[in-house]
Design a protein around this ligand. Structure first.
Ligand SMILES: [Fe+2]
Ligand SMILES: [Fe+2]
Length: 350
């Protein structure tokens, strides 16, 4: 869908009568950090530990490498806490799943998408046709597997984003239609994740799925309507609208029938999700008045064009299998922020 068409659809979705103002200039100078290159975390291991912990090199659980991640424990004995031995572990490669342009509506925590790592969990959809692999080198298959695993991780995170949104809508007496559509969207995201991980697995020749989503034991909910609306702006009206445009770019270049099937369904669903986000914000403004409208305006003002994040080269010919370089997806998303999101937002908050 051209950006003009999307802008028109969103204006209709929010009931704006006037056509949008001229596109806002893209401020490419403003950049945000997307994620850390490595993180130090404390990992605790259960066992028959009575008085002291073994050396970190002896604990298999904290020395294992996962797909896209390497774990390096600090040398020395761990600390015995409540019968568990706890070690400081440096996890590197957590950015392997990142990309400047998110896919779907990832759950944001402090403005960063919260993603699961990868595992060998099966999220395979056996009904999906096989992508054509014969023309691909082993290295190209690996690159496609990593690209689609990243898409899968973002779509997987989107499941949680919509579940949190559902609870927040319930807590603020939103109309049943919005709540039901939000719950259906969570199921759509589960299917998107399944399809992306299926493609990743088939390119890899091994089962690739998500590890646990690191929610930290609790999910913080917006405690008032302005906070709810601001979150829908950030996750839905901004991030998901930009990711829709990126997905359309991926579909435009895709030639492999299996990949086209996945992307065609994904784009169809994401268009619906994007409209839902804008309608939700419109409802929140109508329900909460000026405090909501002000929070929405601030959230839109804080929106930034994404910056490329995936440093691994990606050959242009892999676009036939849906894989488009991060710089190109980011450019599409940034353009969408300028010519779709900001103009429609100005109508919404007028
Ligand atoms: Fe999605
Ligand atoms: Fe979505």
């Amino acid at each position: 869908m051209a950006t003009n068409d999307l802008r028109r659809r969103l204006l209709i979705a929010i009931g704006a009568a006037a056509l949008p103002v001229a596109a806002h200039a893209l401020d490419s100078a403003e950049e945000v950090e997307v994620c850390m290159e490595s993180e130090v975390e404390t990992q605790c291991v259960k066992g028959l530990f009575l008085f002291e912990c073994p050396d970190s090199s002896e604990i298999e659980e904290i020395n294992r490498d996962d797909i896209g991640q390497t774990q390096t424990p600090a040398p020395g004995r761990g600390e015995l806490i409540n019968g568990e031995c706890c070690y400081e572990v440096t996890v590197t490669g957590t950015c392997a799943l990142g990309c400047g342009c998110a896919h779907g509506r990832p759950l944001l925590r402090e403005a960063h998408p919260l993603l699961a790592g990868l595992s060998h969990a099966s999220w395979i959809d056996e009904a999906l046709p096989q992508p054509a692999l014969a023309d691909l080198t082993t290295a190209e298959r690996g690159r496609l597997a990593r690209f689609w695993a990243s898409v899968g991780a973002h779509e997987h995170s989107s499941i949680a984003a919509f579940h949190r949104a559902s609870l927040e809508l319930l807590a603020h007496a939103a109309p049943e239609k919005l709540i039901a559509a939000t719950q259906r969207a969570a199921l759509d995201e589960a299917r998107h994740a399944r399809h992306a991980f299926t493609l990743a697995s088939r390119f890899a020749g091994a089962t690739i799925g998500p590890a646990a989503l690191p929610l930290g034991g609790a999910m913080e909910l917006a405690n008032d309507l302005p906070a709810l609306a601001a979150r829908v702006v950030s996750e839905g009206c901004v991030e998901e609208t930009m990711s829709l445009l990126a997905a359309e770019r991926m579909l435009a270049g895709a030639q492999d029938p299996a990949v086209r099937l996945v992307l065609t369904k994904l784009v169809r669903d994401e268009r619906r999700h994007v409209e839902l986000a804008w309608k939700t914000v419109k409802w929140a403004i109508a329900a909460g008045g000026r405090p909501v409208s002000e929070a929405v305006a601030v959230a839109f003002a804080e929106a930034r064009a994404p910056v490329p994040h995936d440093a691994e080269p990606l050959a242009p010919r892999l676009a036939a299998w849906g894989a488009v370089a991060d710089e190109q997806l980011v450019a599409v998303a940034g353009h969408g922020l300028a010519v779709v999101i900001r103009p429609v937002a100005s109508q919404l908050t007028a």
